[in-house]
Write a protein that binds this ligand. Structure first.
Ligand SMILES: NC(=O)c1ccc[n+]([C@@H]2O[C@H](COP(=O)([O-])OP(=O)(O)OC[C@H]3O[C@@H](n4cnc5c(N)ncnc54)[C@H](O)[C@@H]3O)[C@@H](O)[C@H]2O)c1
Length: 443
């Protein structure tokens, strides 16, 4: 069966969730465009949106309609010849939304996805739950249905083996938010059906994604790097906390990992964005697969137990975690010692921490400024040479961070998770918006 045939009948599981809603949008747009092509008019397109939460499904349909309208606005020139007879821009948008909505089939019953030819699964990151769902799917679908899991840490072969899917599953790991992020990590288990990898690559291209392959090892490339990078930041903050107090150390390490490393976010802000509870559960999934390492943090356990979890509110705004947020921007740090947030504006503790780590090395420019700088490579080279020579406490912390990040990247290659350093760098640059890959010549 070709991709075109498969795109006629698709399902998304966990469709109302953070990832599922974005995946649903991408598929709805692509399928709606397919359906409008003259040669496809006789085909009956259906996108089944499955979630156990009916409220989430209701919100999803409104979201798809609103986004569908925006899509029609942006693509009016392409759509006009496909929707003849539409006069005004508004008419065109309404017709496209109606056309898209007519394909949608929201359901709360897993059995309703039975005749789907491709199933995208984005339910919770729990092995037992995913296996249970896949077993039921296997019983209800034809032997031709292919499964695309969005798991960010569970080896695909585990899902395949435990649910008996006989090579019909692939890791198709979108990044958050799926409709915006360009990267998809493709995880190909060993006994996969021969046509599934190529079909997935073709699909990735149609959805406008950059596909990077990762081998089928827990955490893959993205979390393989991020979890270890995060644990390094936490361990460094705990070590520094002995001198300056843990809250000040978290503040300092967040600055080092953002400003000194010229990354889009500090490491504690990034853990908050992902969610401390999610970070914890991914560590739990990965840890048994790496007996020589300890992928665990007592500090994360302590904060999660106290209900300090980060993540986002339904409207997308950031919840407090390691950091406190005001207007979406960090405004304080959780002090694990007192159980209270210390605001940046309270007293001089941040000034003291800044003084302790020292000034930014010569040649520093913020991430945003370098993002569009065509001489970025040269600027980074000069900056990191200055950082190496600076010798201030902040520069030393940053250098240790860079070295650890590079060692993690190299470990992913030598441990067979990534085929090359380029793949590791590609995931960090496209999925995490780093300006430079971890495996670089700077350290
Ligand atoms: N959030 C991220 O940043 C991110 C990034 C990449 C990958 N992922 C992966 O994507 C998957 C989903 O994560 P999320 O953050 O979107 O989670 P989420 O909690 O936002 O959404 C999960 C959805 O699944 C639904 N659900 C739960 N049990 C179900 C079942 N038995 N059948 C159908 N629906 C069910 C829930 O109602 C919810 O709407 C996970 O595997 C996660 O690891 C998440």
């Amino acid at each position: 069966m070709t991709l075109k045939d498969r795109l006629e009948n698709v399902a998304v599981l966990g469709a109302g969730g953070k990832m599922g809603s974005g995946i649903s949008l991408l598929l709805a747009q692509e399928m709606a465009l397919q359906k409008l092509q003259p040669e496809n008019r006789s085909r009956g397109y259906q996108l089944t949106l499955m979630d156990v939460n009916p409220e989430a499904l209701k919100g999803l349909q409104e979201y798809l309609q609103a986004q569908g309208r925006k899509f029609a606005q942006k693509n009016a020139e392409t759509l006009k010849p496909l929707l003849p007879g539409t006069g005004s821009a508004e008419e065109l948008e309404t017709q496209f939304v109606n056309h898209l909505t007519a394909m949608l089939n929201p359901v709360t019953d897993l059995n309703a996805v039975g005749n789907s030819r491709m199933v995208f699964e984005a339910i919770l990151e729990k092995l037992e739950l995913k296996v249970r769902v896949y077993k039921q799917l296997k019983a209800n679908t034809s032997g031709e249905t292919y499964f695309f899991t969005n798991t960010s840490s569970i080896p695909i072969k585990e899902l395949d083996k435990q649910a008996g899917l006989e090579g019909r599953i692939i890791g198709f790991h979108f990044y958050n938010p799926p409709a915006v992020q360009k990267l998809v990590e493709l995880i190909i288990p060993k006994n996969i059906r021969p046509d599934l990898p190529e079909l997935s690559r073709e699909l990735g291209k149609r959805l406008g994604k950059i596909i990077i392959s990762s081998n089928d090892v827990a955490g893959f490339i993205g979390n393989g790097h991020f979890m270890r990078d995060g644990l390094h930041g936490i361990a460094e903050a705990e070590r520094l906390g002995n001198e300056m107090g843990l809250a000040a150390a978290i503040y300092a390490l967040n600055r080092v990992s953002q400003d000194f490393l010229i990354r889009p976010m500090g490491i504690f802000q990034l853990i908050d964005y992902v969610g401390l509870d999610i970070f914890q559960s991914i560590l739990k999934i990965m840890d048994p697969y790496f007996p020589k390492e300890t992928l665990h943090s007592k500090l994360i356990d302590k904060l999660v137990e106290k209900g300090v979890k980060g993540g986002q509110f339904p409207d997308g705004s950031q919840k407090d975690g390691f950091l406190k947020y005001e207007g979406g921007k960090p405004a304080g740090v959780y002090d694990p010692e007192s159980g209270q947030y210390r605001l940046f504006g309270e007293g001089d503790w941040t000034a003291k921490a800044d003084e302790k780590i020292g000034p930014l090395p010569q040649g520093h420019a913020p991430w945003k400024a370098l993002l569009k700088d065509e001489h970025r490579a040269a600027a980074l080279k000069t900056y990191f040479a200055n950082l190496t020579a600076a010798g201030t406490p902040g520069a030393k912390l940053a250098l240790a961070y860079l070295k650890r990040s590079k060692a993690i990247g190299q470990q992913l290659v030598s441990g067979g998770v990534a085929d090359s350093a380029d793949d590791v760098n590609g995931v960090l640059m496209n999925g995490f918006f780093h300006l430079y890959g971890p495996v670089n010549e700077y350290v």
